[in-house]
Design a protein around this ligand. Structure first.
Ligand code: PA5
Length: 424
């Protein structure tokens, strides 16, 4: 089992009787989800992944890895978070300090200084671009694409620039598709029935990951294993159904804030991906659990105070990675000036584990339940598994709550006001 849900930090808060009561509802929505065709293209995707498409992604990534100094990935929300998360967690948050091509993410907002910085980093460098937008009309990436397209065309000429631009968008519609066809850019498809925040296991996430040297075949293998494990009908053996059930039970008890906890700074963008997935899927009609991401022990020195003494509205979901690679051991010093010799010979992962155990105990005593998701180790396979696990659990959690996990009507409100103000 790649991800298992440890219930020891929850049993005092949600009883098996409560789970038994919610089980029929979760089982029902699970069956509905598995039958539903619209917006659920992500569900069977790992099982049915097209080998030719995999080959195309790998070939394009190999070309970029050989030829580019800089690879600019342009996209926002679900069009970039999954890839950035994988690069930071599986390679390193110091990836760009150590590796080539440098990978910069643009179009994630409209900050001029941020965009200018990336443009400056492209100076005298061999640049390739991947612009990703399912709708092909999102403002922030469209602006960034205009800027980088011009940069490439001025540097290489239109024809040569086109060879350095990859477009990931819908198969049949959108402005970006029109531009790609007219300018003969190479294209990857976001499947019609896969929405932005469920698209990380399509070329949206896989192409940038492959450029970063991540083994994307193993990612899909892990997701495929998750697909089979999480297709089990038995509620008590299906971790995605259990997780959805617990979230709904906590929500009903007034615990409307979920803190996703990781113990490594490289986890920061995975948490961002998680936040987007759950917030955009569940936060509707006045309902939903508000997702927050924390890195411990860093945040134990800030938010930890709030959790301990004012956390009655919260529960925590803790990612417990068992086998830590790249460990470090504390050496013994002759003179114990810093009084740390009691830890001599201990690994940092051992100390981190004690921080984890201490935080879990203290928070549970303060009335903050802890769902512990145990992950054997962090590698491509488990990453694919975990990604699929959260996608399925999120859809089930939202459906159990009674909202549509696949739309985002609230996002449109600011857009229409903004376009009015911009005079469109
Ligand atoms: O989950 C979603 O649908 C959104 O977060 C989108 O991914 C995001 O708004 C970007 O949309 P698009 O890919 O159409 O540019």
């Amino acid at each position: 089992m790649a991800v298992s849900l440890n219930r020891r930090g929850i049993c005092d808060f949600v009883s098996d009787e409560e789970l038994t009561k919610i089980e029929p509802q979760v089982s029902l929505v699970t069956k509905q989800l598995e039958k539903q065709l619209e917006n659920t293209g992500w569900h069977n995707l790992p099982r049915d992944f097209d080998k030719d498409e995999m080959k195309e992604i790998l070939e394009a990534a190999a070309e970029v890895r050989t030829k580019a100094d800089v690879f600019v990935v342009i996209g926002v929300g679900g069009s970039y978070l999954g890839a950035k998360a994988a690069i930071e967690w599986l390679r390193s948050s110091f990836y760009n300090e150590k590796e080539t091509p440098k990978i910069y993410f643009a179009g994630t907002g409209c900050s001029p200084s941020y965009l200018n910085e990336i443009v400056n980093l492209c100076k005298d460098k061999e640049v390739y671009i991947n612009v990703i937008s399912k709708s092909g009309t999102t403002l922030e990436p469209a602006i960034a694409f205009r800027v980088f397209k011009k940069l490439l065309e001025q540097r290489y000429g239109t024809e040569e620039a086109a060879k350095r631009i990859f477009v990931t968008t819908d198969k049949a519609k959108g402005l970006l598709l029109k531009m790609a066809k007219e300018s003969h850019y190479r294209r990857f498809v976001v499947p019609e029935a896969v929405g932005g925040r469920y698209s990380v296991l399509t070329p949206v996430g896989l192409f940038p990951m492959a450029v970063a040297g991540i083994d994307i075949e193993k990612i899909i293998d892990g997701a495929k294993e998750a697909f089979f494990h999480l297709s089990k009908e038995n509620f008590w053996e299906n971790e995605s159904m259990l997780y959805a059930a617990y979230r709904n039970c906590f929500n009903r008890k007034g615990k409307r804030i979920e803190l996703l906890i990781g113990f490594d700074p490289d986890f920061r963008f995975f948490a961002e991906w998680f936040r987007q997935l759950f917030a955009e899927s569940e936060g509707k009609d006045g309902k939903g659990v508000f997702p927050v991401a924390q890195i411990y022990s860093t945040d134990l020195h800030s938010i930890g105070q709030f959790v301990q003494e004012s956390g009655s509205l919260m529960f925590e979901t803790v990612l417990d990675v068992k086998d830590i690679q790249n460990d470090m051991f504390l050496a013994e010093e002759k003179e114990d000036i810093d009084s740390l010799n009691f830890l001599a010979g201990k690994s940092l992962s051992f100390i981190n584990r004690k921080i984890f155990e201490g935080a879990v105990q203290a928070h549970i005593e303060a009335g903050v339940p802890n769902i512990i998701l145990e992950i054997p180790r962090l590698c491509e396979h488990e990453y694919g598994y975990l990604t699929y696990f959260f996608e399925k659990a999120c859809a089930l959690s939202a459906l159990t709550l009674g909202v549509n996990p696949f739309d985002q009507p609230g996002v449109e409100a600011y857009k229409s006001k903004m376009f009015n103000l911009l005079g469109k």
